[in-house]
Ligand binder design. Structure first.
Ligand code: HEC
Length: 444
């Protein structure tokens, strides 16, 4: 009581009195619900934040991470509302700052009545297909500052027509940094089989931004690997669900490629055996498509995207009506581009030197609608963002993806790029190349 009354006197304003937050009262429940799930023994996150002592010992970085909104990891600017956004509210952030400024009082009173809820996560209703690595794999990150990117391929079970949900079950949470699942169509199954065959010593093959093998040069631009991205997982991300009544179509004879990004320096034993689960349907009301939104010129002629050694703030953008994306009619044959197209979720994608990426819908009847903005891009935290309201593209509306990169020594060091000394960079599949793609999940 006294504290509250004094607080209002000292605050001097007419706003409602704010009690001094304490560890027992507000902070412990918040850290417990929003941080400790990742920041505890056996997880990838470096600090343990599971006790008062541990949090106080790391007080400065904890407050910095919370105030700068870099934790919990989310990445998207608050320009519109998204499902499953774990960001703290302004009040929660202010409470942590006030608590730290007051000397991080432990407090002895009651726990605040309304403990913050853990972040809601999607889950599968049932598991229809479960596919796992047949043997454990021991990642080796010695060539890339602790990172190992590896793809494993599996025949997609015949008879499973539409994917309506995806979930990764990492075998080792201390080394699995992210998991991506791609579907490669049957006419390219042999290409993936050749990737596997060229690395017979251990399962899988090295890959990086996509399902294509690191360093692979397609015989012609038309041979570029066609792949649909089904879902991604990163720490803290649950299942990926397609909106009700929709599903991604999988052609019989397709190949599933599971890409693992391992980070090997957080544990003595990075050995992993991951499985992926799918929910499927035999029919859907609306077929959904995974569309890669990019300027195909970049991919067909990699030097058309130049990021010179030492350059800072290099930007490229691609803006066009949906129907102008070459190949869209091949990849999404039943998507009717003369009718409205709904974009349900977006995964922005660059590589290590990417600093920011934005996707904007430009409507013919005026007005730009921001879809997603990643102001401080981090390769390790890619995910799908699902606007609460789908973005509706009328025929003729334009979509624009724009990216910025830094290729300075400082930026390369921060991103863990190899080599640290800047070299000229262009578009490409490898860790040392760059990309600028918005992966969309779209239906009519
Ligand atoms: C979804 C998992 C997850 C959640 C939730 C999470 N973190 Fe983290 N955090 C990480 C990982 C992983 C790292 C390691 C750096 C990286 O990979 O970006 C990290 C790094 C940090 C760092 C160290 C930054 C540095 O580079 O030194 C701090 C401090 C931190 N987190 C605080 C928090 C706080 C406070 C919360 C809750 C508000 C929180 N984190 C929630 C996963 C998480």
């Amino acid at each position: 009581m006294w504290g509250t009354w004094l607080g209002s006197l000292i605050g001097g304003g007419c706003a409602a009195p704010v009690a001094q937050p304490t560890w027992r009262g507000e902070i412990e429940p918040l850290i417990e619900a929003r941080c400790a799930g990742c920041h505890s023994e056996g997880n990838l996150a470096p600090l343990s934040l599971d006790s008062y002592e541990a949090v106080v010992e790391a007080l400065d970085p904890v407050v910095y991470a919370i105030e700068s909104r870099s934790m919990p990891p989310w990445g998207a600017a608050p320009i519109r509302s998204y499902r499953y956004d774990p960001s703290l509210t302004d009040d929660q952030i202010a409470a942590v700052v006030a608590w730290a400024e007051a000397g991080a009082p432990r407090g002895s009173g009651e726990v605040a009545a309304e403990a913050p809820a853990a972040v809601e996560q999607p889950s599968l209703d049932r598991i229809d297909v479960s596919i796992g690595m047949s043997d454990p794999y021991t990642p080796n990150g010695s060539e890339h500052n602790g990172d190992d990117y590896r793809c494993f391929s599996f025949p997609w079970p015949s008879g499973e027509r539409y994917i309506t949900g995806f979930e990764a079950v990492p075998g080792n949470l201390a080394s699995a940094h992210h998991v991506a699942a791609y579907i490669v169509p049957p006419f390219q199954a042999e290409i993936v089989a050749a990737f596997e065959a060229s690395h017979p010593e251990v399962a899988g093959y090295p890959c990086y931004g996509t399902a294509a093998m690191d360093g692979w040069e397609p015989a012609s631009a038309l041979d570029e690997l066609q792949q649909g991205l089904v879902g991604v997982w990163a720490p803290g991300v649950g299942a990926v669900r397609t909106p009700r009544g929709t599903g991604l179509e999988v052609e019989p004879g397709s190949t599933l490629v599971v890409q693992m990004h391992y980070y090997t320096l957080a544990t003595d034993d990075p050995t992993d055996q991951t499985a992926v689960h799918f929910q499927t349907a035999t029919e859907v009301d609306q077929v959904g498509y995974s569309v890669f939104w990019l300027d195909l010129t970049w991919a067909l002629s990699p030097t058309s995207m130049q990021i010179p050694a030492g350059a800072e703030g290099v930007g490229y953008a691609y803006r066009a009506p949906l129907q102008e994306l070459p190949g869209l009619s091949l990849l999404a044959p039943d998507l009717d581009l003369t009718a409205p197209v709904r974009i349900h979720s977006v995964m922005p994608h660059q590589h290590l030197l990417g600093r920011s990426i934005e996707l904007t819908a430009h409507h013919l009847d005026g007005g730009a609608e921001p879809v997603v903005e990643i102001p401080d891009y981090d390769f390790s935290w890619q995910r799908f963002y699902e606007p609460t309201e789908a973005v509706v593209m009328a025929p003729g509306d334009e979509l624009e993806v724009s990216c910025v990169w830094d290729n300075t020594a400082a930026s390369r060091a921060e991103a863990g790029a190899v080599p640290i000394e800047p070299v000229d960079v262009t578009w490409g599949e490898g860790t040392t190349d760059e990309m600028c793609i918005a992966v969309l999940y779209a239906t009519n």
